[in-house]
Design a protein around this ligand. Structure first.
Ligand code: NAP
Length: 564
């Protein structure tokens, strides 16, 4: 991945600009480095450094998934950016193992994100808030580039960058009812820690707090308020009958597998809606079961002391709220026949979740070119590219904005390693700053694989850590039955000194098909992960097998096409 440097003009655009540098685009940066290192990338991030839901980074709050669902492990266990590599780099690996804990604290996970992000600092512009995205016409009249206008949050200076592809990963927007104005006493959960402790500094007073919502945020905030303000009352306004536990049984959890995301997408729209509805309690409006028990214990301890500080308003929704100077007046509608009522409180927290949409102020010039579904949502391809009218030729990819078609995992961490691979592979396949290749009619994976199958031998190029690249020409067989594209298999003598440079990591195999045949590319590049196979059955005679899982394919055009 090329460093940011001084590029980004319309004449020298980036291959990829990532909007936001949270978990989704940090995972993309890793995938870009590991899968398509020749693509130029830049990431724009509003914060001064990597921050992850800071407003909810409550002391002791835990991840709801295993550390193995980090940014990369499930795609590439050998990556230097795994959570375990982080533990090792921090000198805590043995202690972490000793903890026997699958779910680290959110604080530690943020530190992991920061550790990874720091290794990509050369391709990130922090304190850079994206304002506008505009398609730009090239000399042929095609809209082949995006111009991104952004403001330096410190100086206000406006900067502009151009790119062939954008990857939008700016996250959700707090869901705040229109009738509510936020301020020091009325906050969304995303601003909880940055506001409430500063407004309510006296921890002994008998404050009255209202929390609206029934998800993990509502649970954690209710616990925090009861625990840190020992004399405060907490009213929970929730739409259902009671708080509910997250359904994280292992069968339901399989929906967050890579293959099940594919399966979800293949269903028709009505079926997808039904399926997502029935699995809603795996994520939304639910609280982790063990945490619910802790909350109940806290509430029970109060009962033992003879006081009730926690009041649940079930079947209720907050409808409005305003701070009239003497406190917050909160409108509540009950669906269990209690009608409308008003609560008065010192502070209100809206743990009401997030909505995800492309901001019309940012994308006003782009929206007319996007294909939308009946509900007005952008239609998103399997590779997470927004489908556009033919006129818009540059790629807009979205991370976390396609839950309706890609399933409940779309907004979660679980699928990041796979999604980032899909996006970067699609971008690499689509071409970029390197000379674009091959005529479009033949530019498909099946054709390239057929050509490779006929080649018989290829040249492997590999560079071990700190080594000069080494090139090895050897017979390579394509086994298409394994891997997404297939696996290349070749053999080397166990004593061959080149083995050291080839061991592990990434390799490039270059095939030269018969260029005398019209329309055949001059060469085909195969990028992939290499594994050594020592199995005697597969590698007779003291040989070592080289197994290369194909991750990306591209072709260079013939000399005659190049000249024409
Ligand atoms: P959420 O799960 O979307 O829950 C928000 C709830 O608020 C919904 O059930 C919603 O009900 C309800 N709501 C909306 N408007 C309301 C109103 N006016 N009055 C009363 N209730 C209202 O949001 P979240 O709890 O912030 O969680 C979001 C994501 O972050 C989840 O994936 C969660 O697991 C994650 N999270 C993780 C942690 C952690 O890892 N420790 C901590 C916090 C959050 P309707 O949908 O019916 O409107």
């Amino acid at each position: 991945m090329s460093p940011a440097g001084g590029r980004g003009t319309a004449d020298d655009p980036y291959d990829v600009i990532g909007l936001g540098f949270g978990p989704s685009n940090i995972a993309l940066a890793i995938a870009a480095q590991e899968i398509a290192p020749d693509r130029s990338c830049l990431f724009l991030e509003r914060s001064p450094d990597t921050r992850w839901h800071e407003g909810m980074l409550i002391d002791g709050a835990r991840m709801q998934i295993s550390f193995l669902k980090d940014l990369v492990s499930l795609r590439n266990l050998a990556s230097p950016f795994t959570f375990l590599q982080y533990e090792k780099a921090k000198g805590r690996l043995e202690k972490f193992v000793n903890l026997a804990e699958f779910r680290p604290t959110r604080l530690e996970f943020q530190d992991y994100l920061r550790w990874v992000a720091a290794q990509f600092s050369g391709v990130v512009r922090y304190r850079t808030a994206v304002r506008e995205v505009t398609p730009v016409r090239d000399d042929d009249g095609a809209l082949s580039l995006f111009r991104v206008t952004a403001a330096d949050t410190a100086s206000g200076e406006i900067v502009e960058y151009h790119a062939r592809n954008l990857v939008h990963a700016l996250g959700g927007v707090p869901r705040v009812p229109e009738t509510v104005t936020t301020g020091p006493t009325v906050v969304h959960s995303s601003a909880f820690l940055s506001t409430i402790p500063k407004t309510f500094t006296d921890h002994e007073r008998d404050w009255e707090f209202v929390v609206a919502g029934d998800g993990q945020s509502a649970g954690e905030i209710a616990y925090y308020l009861l625990d840190r303000y020992r004399n405060a009352g907490v009213h929970l306004v929730l739409p259902g009958y009671s708080l509910r536990a997250t359904d994280n049984n292992p069968f339901a959890n399989e929906q967050f597998f890579e293959a099940n995301a594919d399966d979800f997408q293949a269903r028709d729209e009505a079926n997808r809606r039904d399926y997502a509805g029935s699995l809603r309690t795996t994520n939304y409006g639910v609280v982790e079961e063990g945490f619910l028990d802790e909350l109940y214990r806290l509430v029970y301890a109060d009962e033992v002391r003879g006081r009730t500080r926690f009041v649940v308003h079930d079947g209720s929704r907050l409808t409005r709220a305003e701070d009239d100077g003497a406190g917050v007046r909160i409108g509540v509608d009950s669906r269990f026949g209690r009608g409308s009522s008003e609560l008065r409180a010192d502070g209100l927290v809206l743990a009401t979740g997030y909505r995800r949409e492309l901001d019309p102020a940012m994308y006003g010039d782009v929206l007319p070119y996007l294909r939308t579904d009946a509900a007005g949502r952008p239609v998103v391809s399997r590779e997470h590219r927004v489908c556009t009218t033919g006129e818009l030729a540059c790629g807009l990819y979205v991370q976390g904005f396609a839950e309706a078609t890609h399933g409940l995992g779309d907004t979660l961490l679980s699928l990041l390693p796979f999604r980032s691979k899909q996006i970067i592979t699609a971008i690499a396949k689509d071409g970029g700053s390197l000379a674009r290749t091959f005529s479009p009619a033949q530019d498909d994976t099946a054709t390239l694989l057929e050509l490779i199958e006929r080649c018989g031998s290829g040249t492997l190029v590999s560079a071990g850590p700190g080594e000069f690249p080494s090139a090895t020409r050897l017979p390579l067989v394509l086994d298409r039955g394994r891997g997404r594209h297939g696996v290349l298999f070749g053999q080397l003598d166990r004593a061959d000194p080149r083995l050291a440079a080839l061991t592990g990591g990434k390799v490039l195999a270059v095939f030269r098909p018969d260029v005398t045949r019209a329309g055949t590319p001059a060469s085909i590049d195969v990028r992939g992960g290499l594994r050594l196979v020592t199995d005697q059955d597969r590698c007779p005679g003291g040989a070592v097998g080289l197994e290369i899982e194909i991750e990306a394919l591209s072709a260079d055009r013939t000399e005659s096409e190049r000249q024409s």
